[in-house]
Each structure stands twice: as C-alpha cells, then as structure tokens.
Design a protein around this ligand. Structure first.
Ligand code: KG4
Length: 337
C-alpha cells in the first residue's frame, strides 16, 4: 500500500510518499522562513498565499522527479487540523481534488497524532500504551496514548507552547525565526548557576504547564543585561535548562502514575539533543525507554501524515469521500474511531 501525504497546517509545505512494504520513499519540505522571518512569527495571510504557490508544484515535483507513478498511489492523506484554517484549506482542497480526479480515498489526518506517532517511522519496536510528550511551536501536551486514535490529554500548557517561548527569547537575542535551534547553540557558551530562574508549576499536583511568566522573566533579564554578552549566554543556558527540567519532571510524574515504561517525545523541540540527553539520563535510571523521531521528522513534515494515513487506510477507519474536511481546533482526543 502506498500513501501520498500532504502537510499544510501552519507555514511549512510537506509532501511525502510512504509505502507499507518499502517504508518512506520520499519526504520533501519547503519552509516559508524567509517570508515570516522579518515579522518574528508567522503571518497567517502570507502563509495561506504562499501555500497556494507551493503545494501543487511540490506534489508534482515529488511524483515526477522521483519517478513514482500516480497510478501506484492507493490513497491521499492530508493534515485536517489543528492548524491555521487557511493553511489547512489549501492542502485539503488540493488533496481532495487530486483524490477525486484519480478516484482515490482520502484520509484526513490529525496533525498532533502525526507528531505523536512520528517516532514509529522506521521503528516498529514502539508499542502502545505509552506516555507522549508533544513539544512543538504551537503545542505542549502530555498525552496518555492507549492505542491508535485513542488518547487522553493529561496536561497541556495554559499559555505559551515551549517552541513558541524559545522563538520569542531567540527573537529578543536577534537569533532569527524560528529560533529554537539557534538559541540552543547560543546557550552552549553559557554557564549554569549565575542566575536563579523560577520553575512555574513544576511541583503543581497536575500535568499542566505555564511558560508565559518564565518567558517574561527571561525577556526582562535579557533587557537588563543586553550589553553583557557572557550574561546573555548564561541566561539562555539557564532558560533552556529550566524549561527542560520542568518538562522532564512532569513527564516522569505521568510515567510514575501510569506505571508505563515507555515515553515518546516528539514535535520540533524534540530535535534538541540537550533535552533528549537530559531525559535519557533520568529515564535510564528507572529503566524507562525513550523514543524520539528521526531528526527529519521532529518539526512539521508530511512523512508523519503519510504514515498515519497508511495506518488508517489499512484499518478502514477515518477514510472519507472527497468532501473537504478541516477542523482548525481538532483535538487529538476527538479523532473519530
Ligand atoms: O513541530 P514544529 O514544526 O511546530 C508545530 O507543529 O507546532 O516545531 C517548531 C518549533 C519551533 O518553535 C522551533 O523553534 C522549535 O520547534 N525547535 C527547537 C529546536 N528545533 C526546533 N526548539 C528547541 N531546540 C531545538 N533544537
């Protein structure tokens, strides 16, 4: 079985083809960073417009340059939510039109389920149930994953997502957008212990997070120390460590509560090796296995959409006719089973 996956939830255009026997055949991504960089964040109106120029040519590129015949495709999976409505609509409209023309089934895929299952691409050893920690530019969620399509959100951020805070701090340090990776590099020259940071909600007796106060605290420190480059490195280093310490603590509490021995961490921030090493160190001690995506599948991509689409097409669930379905607020707990 071969699935064409289309990802257009926010500002990256992804097209991929996943083959149930051969694995991932192609995975292409085009970002819009140059367009949004000067605004320090994504401008929805510009994102929608750019998608219109990017999606169809990228599908054509993937099909033709990789010599994959459209007639070998068994279904088209697209991101139906959550995301920006205009962005989702472009991908959904193109996917459904192509499916109609080729008489193929379409599978609307939940973007968060895509992220959550992305570590399974090329790794068949990951089994349900597990605890999932989704840390991306728009979401921070701790998830109890029972089986495909069956999830419970144990906790989530009450304000900013982790990736979003990284981007805001990076912006204040003029490190570009999106700035998570650049900020982490900048933090490498910093030393821990020179500033004392608050750890909001770390010890609350629930699984929710709050990062907005920590963001403001960090921004204020940056402004006070703007002419002291070593202090700025130290602040970045302490900020990064504080966030990761809170995340690992809550993830471990969820594992302890459920007794599960598997943690899946995914989303853009899972590309951060310092975070993954910190987690690994702690989890190894408790004999808990940590699963993360291949570096190419941490941030938004279509491989995860094609992969999840394949699972649903194989099971016959979530498949629909070519009516266009999107839900910008589609929660992972509301996937039709
Ligand atoms: O998963 P993703 O593409 O976004 C959503 O689907 O929401 O993740 C993008 C986010 C950005 O905020 C980016 O700054 C962050 O992931 N990110 C990182 C790193 N690489 C990407 N944050 C921290 N450290 C990194 N190495």
């Amino acid at each position: 079985m071969r699935i064409l996956g289309v990802e257009t939830s926010f500002d990256d255009t992804g097209v991929a083809i996943y083959d149930s026997k051969l694995g991932l055949l192609v995975n292409e991504i085009r970002n819009q960073n140059q367009i949004h960089n000067k605004y320090g964040g994504v401008v929805p109106e510009l994102a929608f417009r750019e998608y219109i120029y990017q999606v169809a040519p990228l599908i054509k590129y993937v099909i033709t340059t990789k010599n994959i015949s459209l007639s070998s495709i068994d279904g088209i999976a697209y991101t139906a939510g959550p995301g920006l409505s205009g962005s989702l609509l472009v991908g959904a409209a193109i996917s459904c039109s192509l499916a109609y023309a080729c008489k193929l089934p379409v599978i609307p895929v939940n973007h968060m389920e895509g992220h959550l299952l992305s570590p399974m691409i090329g790794n068949s050893s990951i089994k349900f149930p597990f605890i999932g920690l989704l840390v991306s530019g728009k979401n921070t969620q701790l998830i109890h994953a029972y089986k495909i399509g069956h999830y419970k959100i144990l906790g989530h951020t009450l304000d900013d997502a982790v990736g979003e805070v990284f981007d805001k701090i990076a912006q204040a340090l003029h490190l570009g957008y999106p700035g998570g990776s650049a900020l982490s590099k900048f933090a490498k020259k910093g030393r821990l212990g020179n500033f004392i940071f608050p750890k909001p909600m770390k010890y609350n007796l629930n699984f929710n997070f709050s990062f907005s106060g920590l963001k403001t605290f960090t921004l204020n420190l940056i402004h006070k120390n703007i002419n002291n480059i070593q202090a700025l490195h130290d602040i970045a280093c302490e900020f990064e460590y504080t966030i990761f310490d809170i995340l690992q603590h809550k993830a471990y509490q969820a594992l302890k509560m459920t007794g599960y021995k598997r943690l899946v961490v995914s989303g853009g921030v899972s590309a951060n090796l310092k975070f993954i090493n910190l987690l690994k160190e702690r989890l190894d001690f408790y004999n808990i296995k940590l699963y993360t995506p291949n570096i190419n599948f941490c941030t938004d991509n279509a491989a995860m959409i094609a992969y999840v689409g394949m699972i649903y097409l194989q099971s016959g669930k979530l498949v629909q006719n070519t009516d266009i379905f999107i839900d910008p607020k589609w929660s992972i707990v509301n996937i039709k089973k």
